[in-house]
Write a new protein. Structure first.
Lengths: 219, 338
């Protein structure tokens, strides 16, 4: 796997290489060792995440959520090879400045896709605009390393909490509007009642620890 | 009056166990740093007892600070006070004293967020300019960095804080107090003799971490008879690696080239060495707040108050209520630029 590798991204936990996979443009995602971890701890964690990501990508695709197709997995070497999505990362699109219409359409759709995942007992675990790619009018979710199978309200709430928090830290100007569209899209799939329950859960999660300013106002 | 005269601010800290009074000038010089620390006879902080202790020591702490600085209250331009986050009774005692000083001597009152103050004093003393901040203490676990007018939270704990997690484990395992021995946490001393990694929950969700399940699981392993040293090693690896991983994600996300460690747990040599290894991957420089100023103190309140005051931030006494859960990212930071 050393021939013809073109490094295109050095992420926090993995390097992404653009490769030719039997004529297909593909991404080789290699989870890299971290010297700061105990060696035994390090390899276990990387192997677990590699298997997990391949598995969750497969489940998500089956659930009808656009994700890169898994082409190959090597657990010992902690890499997977996935389809290359040659689109624009949502974070970059928004940073360029977009109209209210685009914000509404895109984030409503984000909500629908999250709903599709949750209705199939999948939580993504790392919902950020950096992990969404727009290609040919189709929105793809990527980076399933922290995903898991769950239909617990708590996990669904944490999933949406992470979405909101990443909007707050990355796109503070549109964060609350965008999140409301996400909830609208989510409700289309999950129904109004369940959406309200998850929304309340998000509120509760935000009230733990540092988030109690809102609780103080409420009481 | 001389032009370009230094601004001098007196700051009062009383969010938890320390009543501190610090005095600084606009050149960043520390003119006074006096602290009275409430030490419970047993157990943790009792907020009411701490606040009673504060009201006993406050006059002498403030008088001593002025004397240390060689100043009279007339020389002070503004009174800064930590209005939160923290324990209600403790905060109220400090706030009452600060309001009284401001009102009686007719000085402007400047509200300061305790978490922001930890960061600003760290920057002042280390020279870090625009760092990703790892704020780890008994009560806080936050990864934050400045963006668009405020310190934005890029990761935090979903339940208990890192320091609380370490100390609770040590106490339940019967190996503490004391928690820190020769600069290392007692868990680290046992971990050094650990031989193998046991499976424990490693809970990173996005950029957030969760410690409570890990704490329970580690204590369960002990009950099941696993060697204390192995459990300590595995537990310690999980706890620190989770924090370092989310910090690394924050670093990759923000593109910052500096990392600043602040808070009581920042002094841990194990955590620091892990952060340094991680930072080297990203050509980022690591700064460690001097341990003395990682602990709560009045200087950090005075310095942050000075930055705020110099940018026109003051608060009317009747509006200066305390905020026990005042979030870091609710505070405008006019002294930083994008």
């Amino acid at each position: 796997m050393d021939e013809g590798l073109k490094l295109i991204k050095r992420g926090a936990e993995a390097y992404l290489y653009l490769i030719d996979f039997h004529g297909f443009k593909a991404i080789l995602k290699k989870r890299i060792p971290k010297d700061y971890r105990h060696p035994e701890f390090d390899i276990k964690l990387r192997q677990r995440r590699t298997i997990n990501e391949a598995r969750m990508l497969y489940y998500s695709k089956k659930a009808g959520v656009p994700v890169p197709t898994v082409l190959d997995v090597d657990v010992d070497e902690t890499y997977l090879i996935i389809e290359y999505i040659d689109g624009i990362v949502l974070r970059d699109l928004i940073d360029k400045g977009v109209s209210e219409d685009v914000v509404r359409n895109v984030f409503t759709h984000v909500g629908e896709l999250i709903g599709k995942l949750h209705s199939n007992s999948i939580v993504h675990g790392d919902l950020t605009t950096s992990n969404m790619i727009l290609y040919n009018n189709t929105l793809f979710f990527i980076d399933f390393g922290l995903s898991e199978k769950s239909n617990e309200l708590e996990d669904q709430g944490v999933d949406l909490h992470l979405m909101l928090r990443s909007l707050e830290s990355t796109h503070p100007e549109i964060a609350y509007r965008a999140f409301n569209y996400v909830l609208k899209g989510y409700a289309k799939v999950m129904g109004r009642e369940h959406t309200l329950r998850v929304r309340d859960k998000v509120k509760e999660i935000r009230m733990r620890g540092r988030y109690v300013e809102e609780r103080r106002r409420k009481t | 009056m001389v032009k370009n005269k230094d601004i001098i601010v007196l700051g009062i800290e009383s969010t938890a166990h320390t009543f501190g009074c610090g005095i600084v000038n606009s050149r960043g010089e520390i003119l006074a740093d006096v602290r009275g620390e409430y030490k419970p006879v047993k157990g943790g902080i009792h907020p009411r007892e701490a606040s009673q202790y504060f009201s006993t020591v406050a006059p002498s702490v403030i008088t001593k600070a002025l004397k240390e600085a060689g100043l009279s209250i007339k020389d002070i331009d503004a009174i800064a006070v930590a209005l939160g986050p923290g324990l209600g009774p403790c905060l109220r005692t400090g706030a009452t004293i600060a309001r009284a000083l401001a009102s009686y001597f007719n000085k402007p009152l400047v509200p300061v967020n305790h978490a922001v103050a930890h960061i600003e004093v760290g920057k002042l003393l280390t020279g870090a300019k625009d760092p990703l901040v790892i704020y780890v203490s008994g009560g806080n676990t936050i990864i934050t960095a400045y963006a668009k007018g405020r310190y934005r939270v890029f990761g935090e704990t979903l339940d208990i804080a890192l320091g609380n997690c370490l100390d609770t484990f040590a106490r339940e395992a019967g190996i503490a107090p004391p928690y820190i021995v020769k600069g290392y946490h007692i868990i680290d001393h046992y971990a050094m003799k650990g031989k193998r990694i046991l499976d424990l929950p490693y809970v990173v969700k996005g950029q957030d971490v969760s410690f409570s399940g890990l704490l329970t699981a580690a204590l369960r392993l002990l009950k099941q008879g696993y060697a204390l040293e192995d459990v300590c090693l595995s537990f310690r690896e999980n706890v620190y690696n989770m924090v370092v991983e989310v910090a690394e994600r924050g670093l990759a996300h923000t593109g910052k080239k500096e990392i600043l460690l602040v808070g009581g747990v920042a002094a841990s040599p194990i955590l620091r060495s892990k952060v340094e290894i991680m930072a080297a991957y990203h050509n980022a420089k690591v700064y460690l707040t001097p341990p003395k100023y990682s602990l709560d103190n009045g200087v950090m309140i005075a310095w942050t108050g000075l930055l705020a005051y110099a940018h026109g931030v003051t608060i009317a006494i009747e509006e200066s209520y305390v905020k026990q859960r005042w979030r870091l990212d609710e505070v405008d930071i006019p002294w930083m630029k994008d």
